[in-house]
Design a protein around this ligand. Structure first.
Ligand SMILES: Nc1nc2c(ncn2[C@@H]2O[C@H](COP(=O)(O)OP(=O)(O)O)[C@@H](O)[C@H]2O)c(=O)[nH]1
Ligand SMILES: [Mg+2]
Length: 436
């Protein structure tokens, strides 16, 4: 029994469905031929996200925390190589690109100037949005989403620029940063506030305040409170997902296309527990492609097995990155939570292994695991324990597979679910009794 093409086409995004639906409904094209075409497409496009570009435009008042956030979202500390200068008060008149160091061609944050100084005038009140657009309009067009930063007293200029971005059809999100500072100030200045109110109440007040100020400074149209995010731009808070960071990340996902989302989750490190499900779902939506690529060459069980390791290995590596389960990520997590890195890695290995006994005998499974891992080049000294542990149930399922495509998607789904669980458990374990 072969997998019907309709089932696979149903998993595709709109554009891809358009490509293959007509083929499936056209008379005279054999199912096997359609499957072959889908396979070829999948094999060629499994990593198509690597050709995508995501550009995030940022504007806001000086001192709002733009540079700090631009560094943190790229995983950089303030003085790291490539980091934006923080605390600079002089105004610049250029839009500065800040590429993500891990994928500089795929993910760029653009710091747009909030002013346009006329030669000889130096008067900011003369801000001319038309002139600004002449200079920066093209660059703004290249951005996919805009962030308007404020520290409570947003400037007229930033509002004008934000509205233009909106009029260009861009999603505009509003960010009020430095909530860690706001919270500490409130606890110091008005401790009684917290007798009957919570952190969440203070966040709501700041959110409403942001909307009020936006209106006062000339924002035209409704501002949805769901588009306003109260965050701290400090590295640890961005990585941990404090306050509105998870909601913010989800809104950014929603503003992007399917492949662009892959760029973000595979590139921007995120330890937050609250986005685990969204990250998993982004990988799930791409599963059919991985599975079809894995079975490229044949849909006959075993005959296609030679292609399986390559596609699976690629997906496996992506998942580890996206869920923060790489050696490097775990070491960073250990550092920020002041835990012993060895201890965290051991915990991760243990949770990956838990409940992984498959339907086939241990010796048999081990032999297959070793063969596959060798083929994947994953059997390196550093990664071996984690890799074998997680691939174990995958291979267990493959060996008993009656049908390569169907089983591979099941296996990928299991792999994603396993990584989701592990990422959640690791988060709880790492942040337990941690001051971060
Ligand atoms: N506590 C705290 N300080 C921040 C935060 N974001 C920025 N700062 C500080 O605020 C000042 C201005 O930040 P910067 O990122 O340069 O703002 P920009 O002018 O918008 O680029 C610097 O001293 C930062 O260290 C934050 O989220 N929390
Ligand atoms: Mg700055």
């Amino acid at each position: 029994m072969a997998t019907p093409p309709e089932e696979i086409i149903g998993q595709m995004n709109e554009e891809e469905q358009g490509m293959f639906r007509s083929l499936a409904t056209a008379g005279g094209v054999k199912k096997a031929e359609i499957l072959k075409k889908i396979q070829t497409y999948a094999a060629e496009n499994m990593e198509a996200w690597k050709n995508q570009k995501v550009c995030v435009g940022i504007v806001g008042d000086p001192g709002a925390g733009k540079s700090t956030f631009i560094n943190s979202i790229r995983g950089l500390k303030p003085k790291a190589p490539g980091a934006a200068e923080v605390g600079v008060t002089h105004t610049t008149e250029v839009a500065t690109d800040y590429p993500h160091p891990a994928r500089p061609d795929n993910l760029v944050f653009v710091d747009f100037p909030g002013v346009l100084l006329e030669k000889g005038s130096g008067d900011q009140r003369d801000f001319d949005i038309q002139q600004y657009l002449t200079k920066f309009g093209e660059k703004m067009e290249q951005c996919h989403v805009f962030l308007v930063f404020s520290s409570g007293r947003i400037q007229h200029n930033a509002v004008q620029i934000g509205m233009k971005a909106r009029d260009m059809g861009k999603k505009v999100l509003f960010v009020r940063s430095q909530f860690d500072k706001d919270l500490a100030d409130k606890q110091n200045d008005d401790p009684e506030y917290f007798d009957d109110k919570t952190e969440a109440d203070l966040m709501e007040e700041l959110r409403q305040d942001y909307i009020k100020v936006l209106k006062r400074v000339g924002w035209e149209g409704e501002v949805n409170p769901k588009d306003v995010f109260i965050i701290s731009g400090r590295l640890n808070h961005v990585l941990k997902g404090s306050w509105d960071i998870p909601k913010f990340r989800k809104s950014v996902f929603e503003s992007l296309g399917a492949l662009q989302r892959m760029v973000v989750i595979n590139t921007c490190r995120d330890f937050s527990k609250a986005t685990i499900k969204e990250r998993g779902d982004i990988y799930r939506s791409n599963m059919w492609k991985v599975a079809m690529a894995a079975t490229a060459g044949s849909l006959v069980p075993y005959a296609g097995a030679a292609a399986i390791p390559g596609a699976l290995a690629v997906a496996y590596k992506e998942y580890k990155e996206g869920f923060g389960l790489t050696e490097d990520a775990v070491e960073q997590l250990a550092m920020m939570t002041k835990k012993n890195p060895g201890e965290l890695k051991q915990f991760l290995s243990f949770s990956l292994l838990a409940g992984s006994r498959g339907p086939i005998g241990d010796n048999e499974a081990l032999a297959v695991v070793q063969a596959i891992c060798n083929g994947l080049g994953l059997l390196t000294a550093a990664a071996v324990d984690q890799t074998v542990d997680i691939i174990f149930p995958v291979i267990g399922a493959l060996v008993t597979a009656p049908l390569a495509y169907g089983i591979t998607t099941k296996v990928l789904n299991a792999l994603i679910s396993r990584m989701e669980d592990c990422a959640g458990q690791l988060f709880d374990y790492a942040f337990k009794e941690s001051a971060v």
